[in-house]
Design a protein around this ligand. Structure first.
Ligand code: ATP
Length: 324
């Protein structure tokens, strides 16, 4: 292996830059050339490459987003598109790549390695924490801290006006952001797709909360929640059935994807970048670097994309107890 490509793909996440930096510096340390591939698979197909040396990634460890940009690329979903990508990679002399992204990006990488004999290692970068084979994905810790910070602020205004707030948070089909940030911010209820409380239970809980003397309430709603109503419909439903509440809605949106990565995400990204490059040099391929407990582990890409990480049942119980 003489030249390794690195790119970010799918939704961006804080800490992706720290991972790029780590891959670039590890290559420099091991005297291998590193090529940045811009705009994910789209840039791969178009040959949007730039050699990155150790100094080209100065001062990015602290920055959110991704200096290599990210893109969605429908062309890569086709055999012809992947052939174009392969031709561009071989023309450039790139003989392996590290993909930093989520489920979709790994699915594309897996198809690519099934069609071409090409070493590929994945690094999980997504705020959603939804990838099997890693207890944490890069960006998740930053995102939950951003959400906790936002909810703390919402709580100030909620308690000044005795209001009930429905706060919608990201997370795609899983409730990891909602559950963790909800417990961390002391939310009264947390609605996640893994556990359908039902509308009756929600009303009961809000009634109890009011009766117990709470002056404000925060309900976190995961975007993938399956209670059957979106946050705005929930507001109307609760106002209609529980007129004791003055209800407001806050959809946090894309601010959850931005910001300077936390120390945890920077360290995780640095570790995963080293492991990814070293794994390629050890002749490994088709694997994703993940973390379990405090150890880095490798999981086949085919496994990683199969399912989401399970929700932490113990944390659900803690949340139930805390809302007493
Ligand atoms: P996130 O979860 O943060 O959105 P992701 O990696 O899952 O990240 P996607 O948009 O699903 O994001 O995928 C990124 C890119 O990966 C797509 O634009 C496409 O180029 C490629 N990709 C996704 N699914 C496939 C697939 N089934 N076959 C080939 N390529 C795919």
């Amino acid at each position: 292996i003489k030249k390794i490509g690195v790119f970010t793909s799918g939704g961006d996440a804080p800490g992706m830059n720290a991972a790029i930096r780590s891959v670039v510096r590890t290559c420099a340390y091991l005297k291998i050339e590193c090529v940045g591939i811009y705009r994910g698979y789209q840039g791969m197909i178009e040959g949007d490459f730039k050699t990155l040396d150790a100094r080209s990634v100065n001062n990015i460890i602290n920055k959110g987003g991704t200096i290599l940009k990210s893109a969605r690329c429908d062309d890569f979903r086709t055999k012809e598109g992947r052939k174009k990508a392969y031709d561009q990679l071989t023309k450039e002399g790139i003989d392996a790549f590290v993909v930093i992204g989520g489920n979709g990006s790994f699915t594309g990488a897996l198809l690519f390695t099934q069609e071409y004999d090409f070493p590929v290692i994945g690094i999980p970068g997504t705020i959603d924490n939804d990838i099997l084979g890693s207890s944490f994905t890069i960006g998740f810790d930053t995102a939950i801290n951003t959400v906790v910070d936002a909810i703390d602020k919402i709580r100030d205004t909620a308690s000044s006006h005795n209001r009930l707030f429905f706060v919608e948070v990201m997370g795609r089909d899983v409730g990891h952001i909602a559950l963790n940030a909800g417990v961390g911010a002391g939310a009264e209820e947390i609605l996640i797709p893994e556990q359908n409380l039902g509308l009756e239970r929600l009303l009961d809980s809000l009634k109890r909360s009011k009766a117990s003397g709470k002056s404000s309430s925060i309900v976190i709603v995961a975007e993938g929640d399956k209670i059957g109503k979106n946050v705005f419909e929930l507001k109307e439903y609760v106002e209609e059935h529980l007129p004791i509440y003055d209800v407001r809605v806050s959809v946090l949106g894309h601010m959850q994807r931005g910001g300077n990565p936390t120390c945890y995400d920077r360290v995780l990204a640095s570790r995963m970048g080293v492991k990814a490059v070293e794994s390629i040099l050890e002749g490994k391929s088709n694997l994703m670097v993940g973390i379990r407990d405090t150890n880095l582990v490798l999981t086949p890409l085919a496994e990683a994309i199969k399912a989401h990480t399970e929700i932490d049942e113990e944390l659900i119980r803690v949340s139930d107890i805390m809302t007493t």
